[in-house]
Design a protein. Sequence first.
Length: 505
Amino acid sequence: MPTLQKMPSIAAGPSRHVYDAIVLGGQLGGALTGALLAKRGYRVLLIDHDGMGPGYEHGGYLLPYAPFIAPGLKAMPAVDEAFTELALTTPYSRALKTQSPELQLVLPRHRLDIPREPPRLEAELRREFGDAGKPIATALDAAAAYHEQSDAFFKEPMDLPPDAFMENWRLGGWIKRNPGLSAPLPAAAGEGVGALLSKLQPFMSYLAGAEAPLAQGRPLAQALRAPGRIPGGREGLRELLVKRLVELGGVVLSRENGEGFVAEHLSFEGGKLVGVKLHQSENVYRASCVVAATDAGAVRRLVEDKKRHRKLLEQLDLSTTKSFLFSVNWVLDVDALPRGMGEQLLVGLENEEELGGAMLVQVHPARRAGKPDEEKLRVVCAGAFVPSSARELGEAHLKGLAERLGNHLDALMPFARRKVVLESAPYLDAGGVRGSRLLPHPLFGVDAEQRLGVEGLKQRTAVKNLILANREVLPGLGLEGEFLAGIRAARLVQETLPKSNPLGR
């Protein structure tokens, strides 16, 4: 199976210490911000800080941190436009792997495929449920189309979350003109199918306890419409963006180029943010704007004078982690996979409230760092959401969670465990992790006003030239929200800085 092209070699170190913008952090929104700014002619430095790299190594294998579903670009209109500007629509489409079936559901008494084409879906449900299958197919088709009712709204550049009175007023007008933003959710499918599919929503979101129809329905609809996989998962997608940033003249500091890439603190002169100081380095990289693409808690730790910047910290403290995606990886012989098992499955877990009642499973080629894929081996990556308190309960508790997920995999794939070459869990076996690298997919609770039920932290902060482009800005929109935050961050940087070369690159 083809993999992403190797990133172009990055220079051993930056050729300058002053930039128009510094993007700090390894999240996808920041990578998109950096690439857009570089395309538009600005000098950009991306400091990885909490980036996870292409995966983690264990037992000689390169393993994913967590299962990750990537929707098609057509389901995310504004993101599609940004990728078009960067000439990334074709590379994204080539990297996006779809399989047949696109998604498989495993219930206590049923296992069924969820293909994208309505005739195939109806035939599959009729096979499994008889005459009761047709209304289930109708309900699933309506759920997959739900995002279309709000697509027009998200095609337009907007200030979401709004930062001031005028932005709030304009947003109110947009909401009135787009009734699809509050459209009710389609009726649930029967026979337990709808209940299980609703448990897919957290895997597509960053918002804990989403209640608004838009937050519940739009990310789920995007997944049902085109649930794809990217080689390397979330980090594989980020690699695509960072490669483009480098091609456009941006500079990247990461573990791959051997330079320091972990920030020690944000550097202030008086009350003004002037740049970023790196760990174990005398260098302060200076910039007119700093874009934070790391979780709010990580930004908070980089502020030394907490008394002076109390308002900034109060804003960051509005977000708290409620749960996170805990995962395990099995490397096993391809012949151990049960016949008919798909490459992307949502498995219902009965009597498993601590594991969120569902497990997302993906099958990937087995990779070794710098080597071809292992043709006869596969990696089965399974993840479920657990309370954030699990991190504080010690290694024994985490090992217990890994064993419970392993037991559910054992039930899903009888007799496969005897052919497992390696069992691994990133929270236990990934070395050199730091900060939010241990949280590839958290669910946040954000104590902030919401108009649409998807908003989180405001992008403009109490520090004028510090802009947020993290997953806490629009947590209820999941991957799309992360990218929308990155798109808007690029626009806010441009509004702050003097005009650059209008022709870009």
